[in-house]
Design a protein around this ligand. Structure first.
Ligand code: SF4
Ligand code: FES
Length: 489
């Protein structure tokens, strides 16, 4: 039966499932709700409700408790509780324990009173912002060869990877620095034999643990071990919906069927699932099917992400960049699906930068909320930062994580707004997008201190749009596949 939007009523027995966790954030001294790619800060009333979303208390009882506690009109409290819980339900951050037999409800959930940007601005105990999330690229090894991979062109070899003990020491430093979430990624993180051990270590340290994987190395045994070690959520990337073209894009025969099976197993072991769909000129015609596939796979969330043209994707831009018409059509499809699938599937949408008017707030600002660790232990403000020549990134092999975050010259270089030139320097949006993406500014202008040319205020903007539209008209179908032998095509 096709899933449908669940309506919250007084009979609902709300439960925060595994993928959504209410935790005390000691570094910032407040409560947070952790969910896939989200850190949310509930207000006092929402926090009181969340504490009662325990799978044993009905909405009716929650309302009774809160009305009595605050000596408030029950109807007013009921209206507010229903509004907040329905909002959570529609974002897949909540489930109704009453609608499931047995002891285990399915895993999903999220919420949004304040988003991560707000989180980073309030209650800080340091002169610098505190990092919210870390991307641990534990290896660059991967059986797939996607030509838009976000890894650097110069991939790090297995021989340079941090050891298990080094990763564990590094992970242990994260909570003290303010990190709430860790994303294990790669390459393919399952290419390392110690992933279960690292997940267990991160979970025991109190981190929300996400796995970003191609899925092709996952089986039931590994998934059960990861779930038992404390994994919170799984994100599986898909190259398309059709076996032949998706396998061609991945450079791996049989990838698509393995991914579908892995997604099924993720749900079978009770872990929440995000489908990551990277879209480009050659697979955009499959977007409607991709959305249907995410529903069919019982994903709580779908990321429709147009390719970002950095790293391997910049090498293959001419074969990947969509036409303006394709981009507009994809936006229309996503908007319609969001409306149609409200309460069933949350869809996040990342547009192709080159067709934007305003640039994205890349990484939430340089070294503001996020850092990336390469397989050998270099700490970067984003996955593509090493493409900026002239910046030297420090390694956890030489310094503590705290020193690197707070003192490393490369991390401080573009933090905040002091570094900006015009037009960003005097722009009303400078605290909103922080001048866009530094790596893109470097790739397109040769100077990372320039305004990201995807911004309409950049003097290069028209040129970039023309470049994109011209490239999109040329029929190129071959790729430089991502692998350790860069001479392969
Ligand atoms: Fe953002 Fe700079 Fe463009 Fe203003 S000029 S919108 S700060 S990128
Ligand atoms: Fe590096 Fe945007 S990817 S700042």
């Amino acid at each position: 039966m096709r899933p449908h939007r669940a309506l919250i009523s007084e009979r609902t027995i709300p439960l925060l499932p595994r993928g959504v966790q209410l935790r005390h954030d000691f570094a910032r001294q407040r409560w947070v709700l952790l969910a896939p790619e989200r850190v949310l800060v509930p207000d006092v009333f929402a926090h009181e409700i969340l504490l009662l979303c325990n799978g044993r208390t009905s909405v009716s009882n929650i309302v009774d408790v809160l009305a009595q506690k605050h000596r408030a009109d029950r109807d007013v409290v009921l209206r507010d509780v229903l509004r907040i819980l329905q909002d959570l339900q529609d974002k897949s951050y909540l489930t109704d324990r009453g609608s499931f037999e047995g002891n285990e409800g399915p895993d999903i959930t999220r919420l949004h009173w304040q988003d991560t940007a707000e989180t980073a601005r309030t209650g800080l105990t340091s002169a610098n912002p505190l990092p919210i999330a870390a991307l641990a690229e534990i290896t660059h090894r991967c059986p797939l060869q996607c030509p838009y991979c976000s890894n650097p062109i110069d991939l790090e070899r297995a021989s340079s990877e941090l050891s298990t003990a080094e990763w564990k020491s590094l992970i242990a430093q994260m909570p003290g620095l303010g990190v709430l979430q860790i994303h294990f990624s790669g390459g393919e993180p399952l290419a390392r034999k110690d992933l279960v051990e690292l997940v267990g270590h991160a979970s025991a340290a109190g981190l929300y643990v996400n796995l970003i994987t191609s899925g092709v190395l996952l089986d039931r045994e590994k998934l059960s071990a990861l779930a038992n070690a404390g994994l919170s959520h799984v994100q599986i990337s898909f190259q398309g919906t059709e076996n032949r073209s998706a396998d061609h894009m991945a450079g791996f025969r049989g990838a698509q069927s393995k991914k579908r099976e892995a997604a099924r197993l993720v749900r079978e072991v009770g872990l929440p699932l995000t489908v990551n769909a990277v879209m480009h000129r050659q697979n955009l015609y499959q977007l409607t099917d991709m959305i249907e596939m995410a529903v069919e796979l019982d994903a709580a969330r779908l990321e429709v992400a147009h390719v970002q043209y950095l790293g391997w994707a910049s090498k293959n831009r001419a074969a990947l960049i969509p036409t303006v018409e394709q981009f507009q059509e994809s936006t229309r499809i996503v908007d319609a699906a969001r409306e149609r699938l409200k309460g069933v599937l949350v869809i996040d949408y990342v547009i192709p930068d080159y067709y934007a008017i305003r640039p994205k707030k890349c990484m939430g600002g340089w070294a503001k909320q996020f850092f990336n660790i390469t397989p050998s232990g270099k700490v970067l403000p984003c996955h593509a930062a090493e493409s900026i020549t002239g910046l030297a990134f420090d390694s956890v092999q030489d310094h503590s994580l705290s020193w690197i975050w707070n003192e490393s010259p490369a991390m401080r270089k573009f933090r905040g707004t002091e570094w900006m030139n015009e037009p960003c320097k005097s722009c009303e949006f400078r605290e909103i997008d922080f001048g866009g993406c530094r790596c893109q500014a470097f790739a397109l202008t040769g100077d990372a201190g320039n305004t990201d040319p995807t911004c309409a205020k950049s003097r290069l903007h028209e040129e970039i749009v023309a470049l994109a539209t011209n490239e999109a008209e040329v029929d190129i179908r071959y790729f430089d596949y991502r692998n350790f032998r860069q001479d392969l095509r």
